[in-house]
Design a binder for this molecule. Structure first.
Ligand SMILES: Nc1nc2c(c(=O)[nH]1)N[C@H]1C(S)=C(S)[C@@H](COP(=O)(O)OP(=O)(O)OC[C@H]3O[C@@H](n4cnc5c(=O)[nH]c(N)nc54)[C@H](O)[C@@H]3O)O[C@H]1N2
Ligand SMILES: Nc1nc2c(c(=O)[nH]1)N[C@H]1C(S)=C(S)[C@@H](COP(=O)(O)OP(=O)(O)OC[C@H]3O[C@@H](n4cnc5c(=O)[nH]c(N)nc54)[C@H](O)[C@@H]3O)O[C@H]1N2
Ligand SMILES: [Mo]
Length: 719
């Protein structure tokens, strides 16, 4: 009896149930959180999904979203066949066509744009999905375009760049050896529930936890010894004020500072401008609380810090806020030390796993050059530090043709609702594009604007290579056949490479061959991985856990070889952009502070703070998940609601200078007066209609999703 048969017997005793268990993974959320699942399959259909107990990542656990995986893949709005548009763009009228016909049209249309304009007039744009990216990225470049972009233009790459220009690399919290955890906008219960166990263990050992968040979250309630409810977007000022306290009270590790850092004197001059009373005024925090948190962090070491993937950098001052917080780690001697923050570079697609792959070379070795990327002129630091175009500049370039026209988009899981001023983007796409092809699992609001729509299959229907912390790799086998006529994204790209006769032997050879090339030298091949029933295998060359001390011994990967309080990479950017090499603080509403705007839009709008039942736009139409919160909700503080005569469940209008949306009000004590929270990704009540397309961080180009002015008013009960 095989292991899987034994497992089935233990679960479902009896003969001939017709059921088989097959391992796969849930790909609803981030690549770092793809949990192993046991799929119970009967007559080619998934009848039950459970967490895989022997999976080294989730050990059998599944979250709310994973528990709805079956409901997600069998959604009614799955795209069933390749489609050609027959109505107006946006109307949603299509006719089914064959795969061969679809490939022929795509090849023809993309080549037409290439000939008429240039290869760079075709952009390759991915949404949140990460797994096909090395193939898609290479495809774009082999086609000849410099323009490849993903959700990295507004997710966590700003943080990655801030890490790079400060410390040469990022570093994760070494929770296992820390005495104090500084959970700076840490909300693991919602955004990554398997991380909470590490914090709980630290507490069981007697460790201390500080949580800094604008809302009173489960993390604040369950984990915090000190909770600071900060005014949104003021984190940079708090970090500078904490640095001043640390230096003034002699809590800094001056030995570390002297040996391993650069620019301390300039940094000290900056933080001297942030005395406690001023910081208290900016952040709305009690000076005693700031003092207590700073003392705990600086004197109860080793101390590690959470660097949120996105919450901070979703403010237009967020790049610098992140740098200011990171600097605390060097100031207290906690960077690259056990129990502090330890560098741990990604092995494959964002995931640190302790071994090397050729992913980066695979993505970028065919970069064609010959044209500047979209956004390069506006966001030079981004362009210099990241290997994708800044997608937040796509709308401007579409509208203006400056510096050159964009006339085709090849989208994979591209969701216009990810971008500020969604409808303006769709309008520009409708008017300016000669051709738009979109690959998605579902018929989305965005896909309705495409000329050709292709059906992608889900993680349960495909093979996929993935790395896991702990030094693991997995190559999954499909648990069921692709539904309807859907195909795997990577097969679509490799098929097209053949149909278009692109000059690349790897893409033409197919996904498996590409993956074998990428992992070559790690000690395992795809053939080895395929023998393991879709379960992760330990990679022989993996060094796990990451050991601290590499930067301290060999030098930081910055121009000075030191941790740079004063960033030499930023100092090199043309001064006309006004980027400060020091992590200076400025207002997160700096572009909206004229008296009229202030008066008309008095609330601070924070959009997209994560909730457990939802992931961006992709889960809102999944019936089981939507049933947990059927209406788009706007969270208002009870005092504000009382002032505006708004009660629980009333319909309210949220507006900004860019648009207006309607949502049901829910009243809360968990946020401060003056702050409004709203989840993103809804088609009706799409909060990104309120965020201005130019409300961007000048360092990274990131939108101020979590810091925008808005107005709230009660409206009639009819929508
Ligand atoms: N206002 C506001 N906006 C935000 C944010 C916020 O906090 N506030 N967060 C930002 C962040 S951090 C991120 S990461 C982005 C995420 O932004 P999005 O890219 O919008 O994320 P999703 O809606 O999850 O996924 C995009 C599409 O991928 C499709 N898809 C799912 N699986 C597959 C697959 O296997 N293949 C293909 N081809 N398609 C698939 C889904 O159906 C969906 O249409 O949103 C950003 N936008
Ligand atoms: N359930 C679920 N999980 C997800 C996702 C999802 O959509 N749903 N998305 C995934 C993705 S793409 C990403 S990028 C990560 C993001 O994950 P995180 O980085 O954890 O981001 P958030 O949960 O948006 O924000 C974390 C906390 O920051 C707080 N916050 C907001 N503004 C401020 C501020 O100005 N200052 C401070 N101090 N706190 C603030 C929020 O209230 C929230 O509790 O989550 C991933 N995990
Ligand atoms: Mo993200």
């Amino acid at each position: 009896m095989t292991e899987l048969e034994k497992k089935l017997k233990a679960k479902i005793p009896g003969e001939d149930t017709g059921i088989e268990i097959r391992h796969s993974l849930c790909a609803i959320c981030s690549p770092g959180h793809h949990c192993g699942v046991d799929c119970y399959v009967k007559d080619g259909k998934i009848v039950r999904v459970e967490g895989t107990p022997e999976h080294p990542y989730n050990h059998g656990k599944l979250c709310t979203k994973g528990s709805s995986l079956r409901n997600y893949i069998y959604r009614e709005d799955r795209i069933r066949t390749p489609l050609r548009r027959v109505g107006e763009r946006g109307e949603g009228k299509f006719e089914p066509i064959s795969w061969d016909e679809a490939y022929r049209i795509i090849a023809e249309e993309l080549n037409k744009v290439k000939e008429r304009y240039s290869p760079h007039a075709v952009t390759f744009t991915s949404g949140y999905c990460k797994w096909y990216r090395p193939i898609f990225h290479r495809f774009a470049h082999v086609f000849g375009s410099v323009n490849f972009s993903t959700d990295d233009c507004c997710c966590s790459a700003s943080k990655v760049i801030a890490d790079k220009v400060t410390a040469g690399c990022g570093a994760g919290p070494d929770m296992g050896h820390a005495n104090t955890f500084l959970g700076w906008n840490y909300e693991g219960y919602y955004s990554g529930h398997l991380s909470v166990g590490g914090v709980q263990k630290l507490k069981e050992r007697g460790g201390k936890v500080i949580i800094i968040d604008i809302r009173y979250t489960p993390a604040a309630k369950n984990l915090a010894d000190i909770y600071l409810q900060i005014r949104p977007g003021t984190d940079g000022a708090l970090a500078l004020g904490m640095a001043k306290l640390i230096i003034d009270n002699g809590w800094a590790d001056m030995d570390y500072v002297e040996k391993y850092t650069y620019g301390f004197e300039q940094y000290k001059a900056l933080v001297d401008q942030y005395p406690l009373d001023k910081v208290s005024q900016i952040t709305g925090l009690d000076p005693d609380d700031i003092y207590a948190a700073t003392k705990l962090y600086a004197t109860n070491g080793p101390a590690c810090c959470n660097y949120s993937a996105s919450a901070l950098v979703h403010h237009i001052n967020g790049f610098n806020s992140h740098r200011a917080i990171l600097c605390l780690s060097a100031l207290t001697g906690n960077f690259d030390r056990a129990g502090g923050n330890v560098p741990n570079p990604p092995s494959y697609i964002h995931k640190p796993a302790g071994f090397k792959t050729k992913e980066h070379e695979f993505r970028s070795e065919r970069y064609p050059g010959g044209q500047e990327r979209i956004g390069a002129r506006r966001f030079p630091l981004w362009d210099q530090q990241f290997d994708e175009f800044q997608g937040m500049d796509l709308l401007r370039q579409l509208e203006t043709d400056d510096p050159y026209p964009v006339r085709a988009i090849f989208g994979m899981g591209m969701n216009a609702k990810m971008y500020p001023q969604t409808d303006r983007l769709l309008r520009a796409m409708k008017e300016k594009l000669d051709f738009f092809v979109e690959v998605d699992m579902f018929m989305t609001y965005t896909a309705k604007y495409a000329d050709i729509v292709l059906p992608a299959c889900s993680s349960l229907e495909r093979s996929e290579l993935k790395a896991y912390q702990g030094g693991y790799l997995v190559y999954t086998q499909p648990a069921i056949q692709p539904l309807y006529e859907s195909r795997s994204d990577v097969d679509i790209l490799c098929d097209l490479a053949r149909v278009m006769d692109l000059d690349d032997a790897y893409l033409k050879a197919g996904y498996e061959a590409c993956m074998d090339h990428i992992i070559e030298g790690c000690g395992l091949t795809v053939a080895d991985l395929k023998k393991n029933d879709s379960l992760p295998m330990k990679v022989p060359t993996a060094k796990w856990p990451a050991q601290p001390g590499g930067c301290l011994k060999n030098g930081f990967k910055t121009a000075t070889g030191k941790f740079e309080f004063y960033s030499t990479a930023i100092a090199k950017i043309d001064p006309k952009y006004g980027l400060d090499p020091l992590p200076s603080y400025y207002d997160s509403l700096a572009d909206q502070n004229d008296p009229e705007t202030k008066a008309a839009y008095p609330f601070y709008l924070c959009t997209g703070a994560r909730l457990a039942h939802a992931l961006h736009s992709r889960t809102h139409e999944t019936p089981w998940l939507r049933s947990l919160c059927p209406e788009p909700l706007c969270e208002l503080n009870v005092e504000d609601a009382a002032r505006l005569g708004i009660q629980e469940g009333n319909l309210v209008a949220l507006s900004s200078p860019y648009g207006e949306i309607h949502a049901k009000a829910t009243l809360t004590h968990k946020t401060q007066p003056g702050v409004v929270l709203m989840l993103h990704g809804y088609t009706k009540a799409n909060v990104n209609e309120l965020i201005g397309m130019d409300h961007l961080d000048p360092y990274s180009g990131y939108p101020g999703f979590k810091g925008m002015r808005c107005a709230v008013r009660k409206c009639q009960e009819v929508q």
